[in-house]
Structures are given as structure tokens and as C-alpha cells.
Unconditional design. Structure first.
Length: 183
């Protein structure tokens, strides 16, 4: 993350330690809500499910900061809460498999191939292990570096690299098998 985000995290941590939870939460929402929502959307694959997971994750974050004032990595904590929320919703059967987003329903000749590729990638992401999927989403869709992902997931950088490489390989293999079936 940029220096600006690091300074913002320091500011948020100060608010939390002073017990100014509303101000901390507002700042977190302002800085991270779009990233967390996008992560939930890519993880869940359905707009409604992503919105529910996002709201649940943000509420869990608010409850967490009220109980724990010693937080050092806001973005890492947020993504961990979002990941666990998405996983729990999937395990509990509250979700369905990936479907095309509403924005994908508007089709023109120019974007048909893109829509099909996005759909294939979404299906591939549903097939790969969750650990690979989350690293892939954070790197490819969110644009985080391996170091940032390592901090978010609290794992070594080498593990992040391995998971991203494996996820990309698995997605490529899925796409190849899809192309073979379509031929």
C-alpha cells in the first residue's frame, strides 16, 4: 500500500486506542470499503451474496475494534475478517455458486468474448482451493503485491507466490479444458 494508506492506518489505530470507534470505522469505511466489497464479490461471485458478506464483515470489524485496541494491521485484519465471513457463509450453505453479475447481462458483440471469459474464470475460481483463490483475487483483482498479501493473510511471501502461481496454473488449465470441450 502507498505511504498515504500507511499514514491513514496509523491515524485509525490512534482512534481505536483512544476509544473513538465511530471515527475509526468511518475512516476504515472510506479507505477500504470498495476493496473489501470487491474481494467479497470475487470470492462469493454473486452481487447479493457479496453485499451480505461485506456488511457482515464490516459489522464484525466494528465489534472487533471495540473489544481489541491493540491492532497493528488494519487492512490485514479487514481482509481476514472478510475471508472468514465469506468462508463461513459458503460452509453454512447460505450461498450459491458463482453467477454472472447483473452488469454482465448487458451484452454487445464487442464484449461477448469478455463476458464468456469472465464467466469461465469465475467458474474456475469456484473449482480451485480457497487458499489459492484468495491469493489470486488479492493479486489479480485487487492489485496487491506479494508482500502486501503476505501481511493480509499472515503467511510468508513464498507461500503467497506459490498460491498465486498455482491458482493461475489451475485457472489456465480450466480454461484449456473448457476450450477443448467447446471445440
Amino acid at each position: 500500500m502507498a505511504i498515504k494508506a500507511e499514514n491513514s492506518e496509523t491515524e485509525i489505530i490512534k482512534y481505536i486506542r483512544k476509544g473513538k470507534y465511530k471515527k475509526a470505522f468511518e475512516r476504515v469505511y472510506e479507505l477500504y470499503s470498495s476493496q473489501i466489497y470487491t474481494y467479497c464479490l470475487k470470492f462469493m461471485g454473486d452481487k447479493t451474496e457479496a453485499e451480505d458478506a461485506f456488511q457482515e464483515a464490516m459489522m464484525k470489524f466494528l465489534l472487533y475494534i471495540k473489544e481489541n485496541r491493540e491492532i497493528n494491521n488494519i487492512s490485514g485484519l479487514l481482509f481476514r475478517i472478510a475471508k472468514n465471513t465469506c468462508l463461513n457463509r459458503r460452509r453454512s450453505g447460505k450461498t450459491k455458486n458463482v453467477e454472472l453479475e447483473e452488469s454482465h447481462l448487458v451484452c454487445t458483440e464487442n464484449n461477448m468474448e469478455s463476458i464468456e471469459l469472465n464467466s469461465i474464470i469465475e467458474h474456475a475460481l469456484n473449482k480451485i482451493p480457497v487458499e489459492h483463490k484468495e491469493a489470486f483475487i488479492l493479486q489479480v483483482f485487487e492489485g496487491f503485491s506479494y508482500k502486501e498479501i503476505a501481511n493480509i493473510l499472515d503467511i510468508p511471501i513464498s507461500t503467497v507466490r506459490n498460491r498465486v502461481v498455482r491458482a493461475k496454473r489451475e485457472v489456465r488449465e480450466y480454461i484449456k479444458s473448457y476450450q477443448t470441450e467447446a471445440s
